[in-house]
Design a protein. Structure first.
Length: 266
C-alpha cells in the first residue's frame, strides 16, 4: 500500500483521474493510461542501478519518471491498485520464446478480482493487450493491440495468446514478490539474461510504438515505420527525454554485447 499523497502523484504521473470506485471501467482506464505513460525499459540493468520490487519502485516510476520490466512496473501498479481499493494478487509466469517456455517465475503479472470476476493485468510485457483480459472465458477478446485468448494449459497454467501466437503462461497460485528474488538475481548476473543482452526503452502510442534499442530509434505509426541510428551521445540523451520523458545524466552501457536473445515489441 502507498499513502494518499503518493496515490495522487502516481495518478498525475499517468494522467489519470482518481476512480470513484474500484470497478472494471476504472481498471481499464488505469491500465491504458499506465501503458501510455510508463515505458517498458531495462536501463537500470545497464546503469548499475538496483532493481526494486517493493514499494520503493513506486518512487522510481512516479518521481524519477522512469519505467522498468515486469518485476518493476507490475508491482508498482499493484501498489496503486491496492491503495485504490482493488483486490490484487501476483501471478508468476513463463515466457514463450521460439516455441519454448522459459523457467518458472521469469514473468510477473497481476490478477485483479472485481465483482466475482478475475482479470489479468500486465503492463510489463513488450507487446501485450491495451486493456485487462478476462480470465473467466476462453473466447477471443478483441483489443486495439490484437485478438487475445486465454487458454488453459495441461500443467495448470494459463496461456496468453495474441493473434494465435502464445506470448506467455501465468499460474494462478499463491505467490509473493519475494519469491522472484532468485530469478531477479539471475536476470542481473547471468550471461544468458535477455535484460543484459538487450538495452531497450519502448512506449506504445495510440496508433503505434516508439522504441530505442541501444542506438537504434524506431517509430511505428499505423502502417508507417521509420528507423534511424543515433550516434551522438547528446542526441541519445535527448531522445530518451523527448520520446519517453526520461532524463539521464549519462547513457546506459550495454553489459553484454554478443547475446542472441531478442525482445520483440511489435
Amino acid at each position: 500500500m502507498i499513502d494518499d499523497a503518493m496515490v495522487s502523484a502516481y495518478l498525475d504521473r499517468i494522467a489519470a483521474e482518481r476512480p470513484e470506485r474500484a470497478d472494471l471501467e476504472s481498471l481499464r482506464e488505469l491500465n491504458r493510461r499506465h501503458l501510455f505513460a510508463v515505458p517498458f525499459e531495462n536501463l537500470s540493468y545497464h546503469l548499475g542501478e538496483e532493481i526494486l520490487m517493493d514499494e520503493r519502485v513506486v518512487a522510481k516510476v512516479v518521481h524519477e519518471r522512469r519505467g522498468g520490466g515486469c518485476y518493476e512496473v507490475n508491482p508498482a501498479l499493484s501498489f496503486l491498485l491496492q491503495s485504490l481499493g482493488y483486490e490484487v494478487s501476483i501471478m508468476p509466469g513463463r515466457v514463450w520464446i521460439k516455441g519454448n517456455l522459459t523457467a518458472p517465475l521469469c514473468h510477473l503479472a497481476l490478477k485483479v478480482r472485481i465483482d466475482g470476476g478475475e482479470w489479468l493485468v500486465d503492463v510489463g510485457f513488450g507487446r501485450n493487450s491495451r486493456y485487462p483480459l478476462s480470465l473467466d472465458t476462453d473466447a477471443v477478446q478483441e483489443d486495439p493491440n490484437g485478438a487475445f485468448r486465454i487458454e488453459r494449459a495441461d500443467d495448470g497454467g494459463i496461456d496468453v495468446v495474441a493473434n494465435d501466437t502464445a506470448l506467455y503462461r501465468v499460474y494462478d497460485v499463491p505467490c509473493e514478490l519475494s519469491d522472484f528474488a532468485p530469478t531477479l538475481w539471475w536476470y542481473r548476473t547471468a550471461p544468458d539474461s535477455p535484460f543484459l543482452q538487450n538495452l531497450f526503452c519502448s512506449l506504445p502510442t495510440e496508433t503505434g510504438r516508439v522504441t530505442l534499442k541501444e542506438d537504434r530509434f524506431s517509430r511505428v505509426e499505423g502502417d508507417r515505420r521509420e528507423s534511424v541510428t543515433i550516434t551522438d551521445e547528446q542526441e541519445l540523451l535527448t531522445a530518451y527525454d523527448k520520446w519517453f520523458g526520461i532524463k539521464l545524466d549519462r547513457l546506459p552501457v550495454k553489459v553484454i554485447t554478443d547475446g542472441t536473445v531478442q525482445i520483440a515489441f511489435d
